[in-house]
Structure formats: C-alpha cells, structure tokens
Design a protein around this ligand. Structure first.
Ligand code: ADP
Length: 227
C-alpha cells in the first residue's frame, strides 16, 4: 500500500538517508528502529510528506505523491495520513473532543458527522468520560490516546507514529501498545512506528533496522559472517 523507493536526504553536508526502500502492506504494523540520529524520524516525515526527499519516490496505492501540488498534497495528507508524536501536540485551549474533530473540520466534513465520529473513537480509546476535558486536565496516557483518536478521525490509510510511547510510564506504555494492536484487529489499521522500545518492536509484524542511512537486515549480516 505504501512504497518508498530509493530515498536520499541530506541536511547540509550530513547525508542522512542513502537510498532507502520500504514497502508497507495494509493492516501491517511495522516498527523502525536504529541508533539515535540514524534518520528514523526523517524517513517517517518523508513517508508522511512533511519532509521532502532530495531524491526518491513515495507512493500510496501506486499514487506518486511527488506529482501532487502543494495544496493537493496537504489535502491528501490531512485525509490519508494520521500522525502521533512523542508529545501529544494537542491544542491546549480545546477539549479532547474538539481536538479530535479538528482534522475532520479541516477536511470540510460536517460538524455533526465529525462530532459523532470523534465520540465513537474516544469511546473506543476508553475516554468516554474525558471528552469535555482540556489537555491540561488529562493524564499523559489519556493525552496520547486522544492524539491517537485524532490521528484516526479521517480514516487514514496509515498512522505514522514517532516514539508514541516515549513519554509514558510502563503501564501507560503497555496500554498504548495494546491499543495499536486492537485498532489493527478492529479496523485493519496500518501503522508505521519509530521506536526505541524493544518490547514494542518485538511485538510488531516487521521491524526495519535503519543504520548509516540504509536499511540493515541483521539476518544478512549473520549470513555474511557465516560465509
Ligand atoms: P533519528 O530519528 O534516527 O534519531 P533523525 O531523523 O531525527 O534521526 O535525524 C537524523 C540526523 O539528521 C541527525 O543527525 C539530525 O541532527 C539531523 N537532522 C534532522 N532533521 C534536521 C534538520 N531539519 N536540519 C538539520 N539537521 C537535521
């Protein structure tokens, strides 16, 4: 469903990605791991069209996103890509419900429809009694679950998550991880997750190791060592 092909990216003299290829199928949960500074976030941002590659292509269902104009691209992103960051990035002046509705309203959906969908999602996240609270009145785990509901409001093709449980304690971490798998089982939702959390990575369907700007397969290294 998502294909990135021969992605190159430098910041000044620093070559961060040196020809990365990756395919993600519908309903798959893929984790991206690797040392700090390996380019994991940069790759995720390029997949999410928030960052432009110097060379290479990003396809969603065979649609070459590089061909879209800026306005089309931002509409495409709002409709089809959900983001979850390490820090929830909810808007403090709005309630949980309003925060979840915002991407739907940006996408010109009817307010009543957006509200209905946002309530369903918050209910699914176990936040039925917390919808009218503002972010400051919610715990860290609750805020992250609101951020997940917000990422899902437009039924995106994929949710891209950057260290989603990085700011949470052990119990909230486990709860958030369980939620990702539940969403995959219930909604066939696709996730690409950048994480340092080895436990989370070990639970995902596939783990991509990024090192020195390339995808590195530990199995390949093992087989090279044997020869
Ligand atoms: P990771 O997520 O694996 O820790 P990043 O993708 O965040 O790695 O960053 C890879 C490298 O690129 C780092 O050395 C980082 O400092 C650098 N980098 C990332 N974004 C920028 C930017 N906007 N400008 C300059 N350097 C950047």
């Amino acid at each position: 469903m998502i294909k990135v092909e021969k992605i190159y990216k430098s910041f000044g003299n620093l070559q961060v990605l040196k020809g990365v290829d990756l395919e993600v199928n519908k309903g798959e949960i893929v984790s991206i791991v690797g040392p700090s500074g390996a380019g994991k976030t940069t790759l995720l941002m390029i997949m999410g069209t928030l960052e432009k590659a110097d060379a290479g292509k990003v396809y969603f269902n065979d649609n070459d996103l590089g061909r879209l104009e800026e306005k089309e691209l931002s509409d495409f992103r709002n409709k089809n890509i959900g983001f979850v960051f390490q820090f929830h990035q909810l808007l403090p002046e709005f309630t949980a419900l309003e925060n979840v509705m915002i991407p739907a309203l940006i996408g010109n959906r009817k307010r009543s429809e957006a509200e209905k969908k946002a309530k369903e999602l918050l209910h699914m996240m176990g936040l039925t009694g917390r919808m009218d609270h503002k972010p400051a009145e919610l715990s860290g785990g609750e805020k992250q679950r609101v951020a997940v509901a917000r990422a899902l409001i437009n039924d995106p093709l994929v949710v891209l998550a950057d260290e989603p449980s990085g700011s949470l304690d052990t119990q909230n971490k486990a709860e958030l991880h369980r939620l990702f798998f539940e969403l995959r089982d219930k909604l066939n939702q696709t996730f690409v997750i950048v994480t340092h959390d080895e436990q989370l990575a070990s639970l995902t369907d596939r783990t991509i190791h990024l090192q020195d700007g390339k995808i590195f397969q530990p199995e390949q290294l093992l087989s090279q060592k044997q020869t």
